[in-house]
Write a protein that binds this ligand. Structure first.
Ligand code: FPP
Length: 245
């Protein structure tokens, strides 16, 4: 079969970012604990990372824990940290086998020490992997990232007259990954939730009602197909874009 997933492989989004929402609602609907919902969410993470690689994506970024999520009940925060560590321990080797480079963005120093150690060890093990880059946004907030970037620029003594968009992009946590082409948000909420505010300037947004624990390869393919039917204009007119193509 030539094209089993019915995607135009010449026009894949290079970088897909996902706001993985709906673990809690998935659990509540089944009368289960929110933590069970997050555990189920991890299964979706493994599945989508593998699917993204199979499809041919170069970068996937997942919003796994926001700067604001620290304010959730202590029990839930602790469970999320434990699940994250377990995920890293269980998936580390598989990432190497799949040639997937692990990357992380956010105020990582706020994470528990054992999580940081596990994270750093897998980042190190996968540093030469080339097929895809998986970035986990952890203790991440976009406004916080912008604050950190401004601080770095000031500390470096950069001449304000020399600051342009590129200077800022190069000092964000995402300096070595391209801006996202497609943002997927699960569970139907129409919000950006302090995620990659600068980087999403020209990103196509796709919202699905599917709750994150139910999100699988077929949903990812549907989102990419939807993306492939859009015209990205970057502020130009439709005619200008058609001429350029
Ligand atoms: C949103 O669901 C999800 C989160 C706050 C965390 C996402 C975390 C995971 C999928 C598991 C850990 C991640 C990795 C990469 C190992 P919610 O709790 O806000 O759901 P709700 O809006 O239905 O309550």
């Amino acid at each position: 079969m030539k094209n089993p997933d019915k995607l135009d492989h010449k026009h894949l989004p290079e970088h897909v970012v996902i706001i993985m929402d709906g673990n809690g609602r998935w659990a509540e609907r089944k009368n289960l604990s929110r933590i069970t919902g997050h555990r189920e969410g991890i299964k979706a993470v493994s599945s989508i990372v593998g699917a993204g690689r199979e499809v041919g994506l170069k970068y996937i970024t997942l919003f796994a824990f926001s700067a604001q999520n620290w304010n959730r009940p202590k029990k839930e925060v602790l469970a999320l940290m434990e699940l994250l560590k377990q995920y890293l321990i269980e998936e580390g080797e598989r990432l190497v086998e799949q040639d997937i480079k692990l990357n992380a963005i956010g105020r990582l120093y706020q994470l528990p020490e054992d999580v940081v150690e596990t994270l750093e060890s897998i980042i190190h093990k996968t540093k030469d992997c080339k097929t895809m880059t998986l970035t986990l946004a952890l203790s991440y907030g976009s406004r916080e990232e912008i604050v950190d970037t401004v601080k770095t620029l000031i500390k470096k003594g950069i001449d304000p007259e020399k600051i342009d968009e590129e200077t800022i992009s190069k000092h964000l946590y995402t300096s070595d990954i391209p801006d996202p082409d497609l943002l997927i948000r699960t569970s139907g909420e129409m919000r950006i939730s302090n995620f990659l505010l600068w980087q999403l300037a020209y990103t196509e947004i796709y919202v699905t009602k599917t709750l994150w624990p139910n999100f699988r390869k077929r949903h990812l393919i549907k989102a990419i197909q939807n993306y492939q039917n859009r015209e990205r204009r970057f502020g130009l007119t439709g005619k200008q874009i058609q001429k350029r193509d």
